[in-house]
Design a protein around this ligand. Structure first.
Ligand code: HEC
Length: 351
């Protein structure tokens, strides 16, 4: 059998030429480790300085995980890798391209970048100085309620200052529950829940609840929001509005965002590897329309207000995963014409 290259010398030469060209055309070939960090690491979030972590933490945890986000496989120990769930959760992570299939950095460039971090990082981080711990808060007195949860996983504490009650949400595996305490800390009611509650708002007799779906990090869209009316003793409460398939939501702000006289909700779907900040339009037909403000995980909380004074509500969001920051999404005249773009993103980053 004659070799192909023997029979097609022109093709072989072209291939070799292409390889050689590819090598010299690598635009990162001349960049130092620091310059590579500025280019790659700062493309997703602020540039983290090597001094922030000790060498072992960079080597074992952070660098391999960030390499994977740049599409490089096999960096570091397999058992230190972030796990991707099966089923619909894993499909979401793959669809979002959290861990790209193809490398966005060459192995050689990665090596220089990693060497830079490992060389510049301290061998060990000294413990920060600990100020003396003062017990108590001036003007307050500690009262310990008799209420106890055997194996607590408290996900929510809400003080109802109008009716002097305390709501406690708990995620005990035996069954998530919402417990109501009176001002003396005695249990007055306890309700089993479909999943742990992360946020609660009371407006008169209307209770607005956000359910996480899963407490532990997950990409399963099993969270929900429920607005329950007539929530008072002796009456029959009913669910007036429900939004489901939320991604591990942790907070909701309620406001009439499109000016149709009906309250909508801005939901911080913290998620895990995927997640989003979205507002849900409540339509008269009973259909919920989702408008995504930020298609990334890490939304913690929002404040809805007319921040820029243009007569339209804006959304200020605290994002705390990866690309951390406080982001203002402005609702403006242009956005108001089309409800889908009512809150068009205008990023105002704080350092
Ligand atoms: C493709 C986007 C992307 C790139 C590129 C990227 N990061 Fe990240 N980084 C993230 C996200 C998302 C998170 C938050 C998720 C997490 O903690 O794993 C994060 C978190 C971090 C954290 C915090 C880790 C923790 O556990 O709290 C550090 C430190 C970090 N990155 C350093 C780096 C460095 C150094 C580089 C360059 C080698 C880099 N990142 C490149 C997306 C990226």
């Amino acid at each position: 059998m004659t070799s192909r290259s023997h029979r097609h010398p022109a093709l072989a030469a072209a291939l070799l030429g292409a390889l050689a060209c590819g090598r010299s055309a690598d635009p990162t070939a001349d960049l130092s480790g620091r310059q590579l960090a500025e280019r790659y690491c700062a493309s997703c979030h602020l540039l983290p300085e090597p001094a922030l972590l000790d060498q072992a933490s960079w080597r074992r945890w952070v660098l391999p995980r960030m390499a994977r986000r740049l599409g490089l496989r096999g960096v570091g120990d397999a058992d230190a890798e972030e796990r991707v769930e099966g089923g619909i959760a894993g499909e979401r992570v793959r669809a979002a391209g959290v861990f790209p299939d193809s490398a966005r950095i060459t192995r050689a460039a990665w090596q220089r970048l990693a060497d830079y971090y490992l060389r510049a990082a301290p061998a060990a981080l000294g413990a920060p100085p600990t100020p003396p711990v003062a017990i108590g808060v001036p003007g307050f007195e500690v009262r310990v309620p008799t209420f106890r949860i055997a194996s607590p996983m408290v996900t929510l504490v809400h003080v109802d200052s109008v009716r002097h009650r305390i709501f406690v949400g708990d995620a005990t595996p035996t069954g998530p529950a919402l417990t109501v305490l009176d001002a003396a800390g005695r249990v007055t009611a306890s309700y089993p829940l479909p999943s742990p509650v992360s946020h609660l708002q009371l407006d008169g007799d209307t209770m607005k609840l956000v359910f996480m779906g899963k407490l532990h990090p997950s990409d399963v869209p099993r969270g929900a929001l429920a607005v329950i009316t007539a929530w008072r003793p002796g009456s029959s409460p009913s669910i007036a509005w429900e939004v489901d398939t939320l991604q591990r939501p942790v907070h909701a702000s309620y406001a009439d965002l499109n000016g149709d006289g009906v309250q909508d909700a801005v939901v911080s779907e913290f998620g895990n590897l995927t997640g989003r900040l979205a507002w849900y339009e409540r339509t008269p037909a009973g259909v919920n329309v989702r408008h995504v403000l930020a298609p990334q995980p890490g939304a913690i909380t929002t404040v809805v207000r007319d921040f820029d004074g243009d007569g339209h509500l804006d959304v200020l969001a605290l994002m705390a995963q990866g690309d951390e920051g406080i982001v203002l999404f402005r609702g403006g005249a242009r956005a108001a014409r089309s409800p889908a773009r009512r809150c068009s993103a205008s990023r105002r980053r704080t350092a």
